[in-house]
Design a protein around this ligand. Structure first.
Ligand code: E4P
Length: 214
């Protein structure tokens, strides 16, 4: 499973990238706002920093507007993936961009049938938001194996990109369900690495090593 980081914070991206296991970045308008920086500056910097795909989201809500924005976003780097909302106009734009050979990430997906529509429109990635489903009292992870099965049933190549991840269990369940990608907030990235027994075990090994004669 590929690991993307879900942030527009350059320091966080650099730290995750330094681990050597970062495959890409996803952003959205809220994350750009949180960065406190002009969109153009932050988008260009992220695209230059990371080799893998960088999702940048359109804000138009009509197909022609989305296509116009997509052309502008594509100028930030060869690795730009155009993020489109899962609304009828977004599906139209996805189809058109796919025909032009442009990579797309269809976002704000909350059901397996929505994911089927995005795949039929040729999406490169589908982003089901598991945490936001949990937030309204549904089991968000339930839709991931369903989407996996639908895509496998029909041989869709759209990658399942699990989004709105809140904790390491979401990452575990995404991997068990055969998701292609998890996009992970930096706070969860850090949680993935640590285990108290690893820290305790290492401290004991280092203590014992000091007592070993050379
Ligand atoms: C992914 O592409 C989205 O930007 C993100 O995962 C949304 O997460 P949130 O529900 O924590 O805002």
């Amino acid at each position: 499973m590929k690991f993307f980081i879900d942030t527009a914070d350059i320091a966080e991206i650099k730290e995750a990238h330094a681990l050597g296991i970062l495959d890409g970045v996803t952003t959205n308008p809220s994350l750009i706002k949180k960065s406190g920086r002009p969109f153009k500056d932050v988008a260009k910097e992220i695209c230059d920093l990371v080799d893998g795909p960088v999702s940048l989201e359109v804000t138009a809500v009509d197909c022609e507007g989305m296509l116009k924005e997509a052309a502008e976003l594509a100028q930030y780097g060869d690795n730009v993936v155009i993020k489109l909302p899962l609304i009828p106009e977004g599906l139209k734009a996805c189809k058109r961009l796919t025909e032009q050979g442009v990579k797309t990430n269809v976002t704000l997906c909350f059901s397996p049938v929505q994911a089927l529509l995005a795949a039929k429109a040729g999406a490169s990635y589908i982003s089901p938001f598991v945490g936001r489903l949990d937030d309204i009292g549904q089991n968000g992870m339930e839709i991931i194996p369903q989407i996996r099965q639908i895509y496998d049933n029909y041989g869709f190549e759209t990658e399942v990109l699990v989004a709105s991840i809140r904790n390491p269990i979401h990452v575990l369940d995404a991997a068990l369900a055969g998701a292609d990608v998890s996009t992970i907030p930096f706070s969860v990235f850090k949680q993935l690495v640590h285990h108290p027994l690893t820290d305790k075990g290492l401290a004991q090994f280092l203590k014992d090593w000091k007592e070993v004669k050379a």
